[in-house]
Design a protein around this ligand. Structure first.
Ligand code: IPM
Ligand code: MN
Length: 346
């Protein structure tokens, strides 16, 4: 029999509630012969207040023993903005070389969108996860004076760009439409922009059957709202990817259904799967959060580990559940989780 060893990080706010439902659906969908082993990690505001610590080397060491990580949400108003995000979330993404930040957007039938008509939305953003302006390069000089200067350096390596671009081509090639769009701002950010564009074109020569396209990030926000059907796979840097995936979530059912994977494709380190949404402290503990984004993140986790049939079953269950929501009274976090667990085991 096989085992699936999972590190679970419930985190802050609604994190624990949505993770409980994600695990419920996971145990319902796994084949009989797969033994699920989970271990909880107490990362988040509580640990920070109790110990002053964020992620330690010992934590990282322990986490490496697992096949994958499931994370609810990290972030709390009692801690200055950014401390937990950088100390846990970004540290994990960097330490485990999660260079592919995968964020699919699919508008399921019956799900509301602020866009006019009923657009076809089914694309995936491959956001670079370990470089760009997220590396913390930069600093300030003449701090506290009227002449203070702050720089925020975007790091772009040929190695880092090529591996994420190649991953995106592979994903595009595996999809029916085989289309890949590079999103950048190469008219202004010329140094990084030229490097991205050159590598995008060079790698593209190896994928003659993939149609390619380029959009400046500002123009991409227009097309994401006026013609989302033009997108199939998008590849972009860390910060542009952060911004456009919030927009993508907003037009395709909202953050209640937006899933993501922080992936280390070579599996040298465990990959981490999490809903795109945050800890939503305003509704924490009330069973109001939609666990669907976490459940869809579990599907990405399963697909990454080779459980394709189980991933597809979760997605089909979500699709069926969403189709029945219109006009019905809102359900609790637990009720939605129960319904999805029942569907995947049926
Ligand atoms: C996300 C979040 C994070 C990011 C924050 C919390 C550091 O917005 O996962 O998109 O910017 O990557
Ligand atoms: Mn974000």
């Amino acid at each position: 029999s096989r085992t699936l060893s999972l590190a679970v990080i419930p985190g802050d706010g609604i994190g624990p509630e949505v993770v409980t439902e994600g695990l419920k659906v996971l145990s319902s969908v796994l084949p009989q012969d797969v033994k699920l082993e989970t271990k909880d990690y107490d990362f988040g505001a509580k640990r920070y207040h109790a110990t002053g610590q964020t992620l330690t080397d010992d934590d990282l060491e322990q986490l490496t023993a697992h096949d994958a990580i499931l994370l609810g949400a990290i972030g709390d108003p009692s801690v200055p903005s950014g401390v937990l995000e950088r100390g846990f979330l970004l540290k994990l993404r960097f330490a485990f070389d999660h260079h592919v930040n995968l964020r699919p957007s699919k508008l399921y039938p019956g799900v509301g969108t602020p866009l006019a008509g009923s657009p076809e939305i089914d694309f995936v953003v491959v956001r670079e996860g370990t470089e760009g302006p997220y590396t913390g390069n930069g600093g300030t000089i003449r701090t506290g004076t009227p002449h203070e200067v702050a720089t925020e350096v975007s790091l772009n390596t040929a190695y880092g760009i090529e591996r994420v671009v190649r991953d995106a081509y592979e994903r595009a090639q595996a999809r029916p439409r085989k289309k890949l769009t590079l999103v950048h701002k190469n008219n202004v950010l010329v140094h990084a922009g030229r490097l991205w564009t050159r590598i995008f074109e060079a790698v593209g020569a190896e994928y003659p059957d993939v149609t390619t396209d380029y959009l400046h990030v500002d123009a991409a926000t227009i097309f994401l709202t006026t013609q989302p059907e033009r997108f199939d796979v998008i590849v972009t840097d860390n910060l542009f990817g952060d911004i456009i995936t919030d927009l993508a979530a907003a037009v395709s059912g909202g953050i209640g259904v937006a899933a993501s994977g922080n992936i280390n494709p070579g599996r040298t380190f465990p990959s981490m799967f999490e809903p795109v949404h945050g800890s939503a402290p305003d509704i924490a503990g009330q069973s109001k959060a939609d666990p669907t984004a976490t459940v869809l993140s579990v599907a990405l986790l399963l697909r990454h580990l080779g459980y394709e049939a189980e991933a597809a079953r979760i997605e089909a269950a979500v699709q069926a559940d969403l189709a029945e929501r219109a006009g019905r009274p809102a359900r609790s976090t637990v009720e939605i989780g129960d319904a999805l667990a029942a569907r995947v085991s049926a």
